[in-house]
Design a protein around this ligand. Structure first.
Ligand code: GCO
Length: 255
C-alpha cells in the first residue's frame, strides 16, 4: 500500500465521534492506521462506540468532554498530556443544528450554535496547535464546514454563520500555523444521511429537492466522507492548506 495515505503511528482526535459523521470518519482514520481518540459529551455512548473499535482491532481511547466549554477542553488536553497522548490529527467535527426563522430566533440559541460549531473549533485548534508547535513535528487540523460555508438556506442562520466562519477560521489557521508544518483544511459535506438531518430526509418535498438539485442525484452517506478525511489527515495533503474540500455530489458546482 502507498505510504501517501498511511496514518500508522499517528493519533487522531475526532470531536463528536460517539455517533454520526464523527464516528464514521474516526473509523475511516483507524482503518488507515491511526490510533483514535473518540470524544463526545455522553460517556456511555462513547464507551459503546469504543467497544466497536476494539472488536475491529483498532487502537482507541475515549475522552468525554464538551467542546463548547473552554475549561472542559483545557482539562481534556491536560489529561492527554498526562497520559502521554500526542494529538497529531484533530478533526473538529462536533456540531449542532437549530432550525428557526431568524425573526423568531433568540440570542441564546444563536450563541449556543455559534459556540458549539465555531468557537469550539478555535479553542480545540488552539490547544492542539500549541502542542503540535511545541513538539515540532507538524500536524493536521480538519474542520467540518458545510454547503452553508458558501451559500445560505432559510431557517438555519446561526448554523450558516458558524459554517461560513469555519471557512475563514480554517484559512486563519493556515495563515498562522502552516510554517510549523501544520495543514489546516476543511471538509464541506453536502446533504448527508445522518440523525441531524432526519427531519429533512423524512420531508418528501425536501428529499425530492435534494435528489433533483444534486448532480449525483442522491443523498451522501457518512462513508462518502472517509476519503476526504483520510486524504486531509495524511502525508498526501502535506502541501494543501486553507482549503475546503466539498463532498457534495457536485451540488455547489451547479445551479
Ligand atoms: C440544513 C442541514 C445542514 C446540511 C449540511 C449541508 O438544515 O440545511 O441540516 O446540516 O445538511 O450542512 O452541507
Amino acid at each position: 500500500m502507498s505510504k501517501l495515505f498511511d496514518l500508522s503511528g499517528r493519533t487522531a482526535l475526532v470531536t463528536g465521534s460517539s455517533g454520526g459523521l464523527g464516528l464514521v470518519m474516526a473509523r475511516g482514520l483507524a482503518e488507515a492506521g491511526a490510533a483514535v481518540v473518540l470524544n463526545g459529551r455522553d460517556a456511555a455512548k462513547l464507551a459503546a462506540a469504543k467497544e466497536g473499535f476494539i472488536e475491529a482491532g483498532y487502537t482507541v481511547s475515549v475522552s468525554a468532554f464538551d467542546v463548547a466549554d473552554e475549561a472542559a477542553v483545557l482539562a481534556g488536553f491536560a489529561a492527554f498530556d498526562e497520559a502521554g497522548i500526542d494529538i497529531d490529527i484533530l478533526v473538529n467535527n462536533a456540531g449542532i443544528q437549530f432550525r428557526k426563522p431568524m425573526i423568531d430566533l433568540a440570542v441564546a440559541d444563536w450563541r449556543r450554535v455559534l459556540e458549539t460549531n465555531l468557537t469550539s473549533a478555535f479553542v480545540m485548534g488552539r490547544e492542539a496547535a500549541r502542542r503540535m508547535i511545541a513538539r515540532g513535528k507538524g500536524g493536521k487540523i480538519i474542520n467540518i464546514g458545510s454547503l452553508t460555508s458558501e451559500v445560505a438556506r432559510a431557517t438555519v442562520a446561526p448554523y450558516t454563520a458558524a459554517k461560513g466562519g469555519i471557512k475563514l477560521l480554517t484559512r486563519s489557521m493556515a495563515a498562522e500555523w502552516a510554517k510549523y508544518d501544520i495543514q489546516s483544511n476543511a471538509i464541506g459535506p453536502g446533504y448527508i444521511i445522518t440523525e441531524m438531518n432526519k427531519a429533512l430526509i423524512e420531508d418528501k418535498a425536501f428529499d425530492a429537492w435534494v435528489r433533483g438539485r444534486t448532480p449525483s442525484a442522491r443523498w451522501g452517506t457518512p462513508e462518502d466522507l472517509i476519503g476526504a478525511a483520510v486524504f486531509l489527515a495524511s502525508p498526501a495533503s502535506d502541501f494543501v492548506n486553507g482549503q475546503i474540500l466539498y463532498v457534495d455530489g457536485g451540488m455547489l458546482a451547479v445551479l
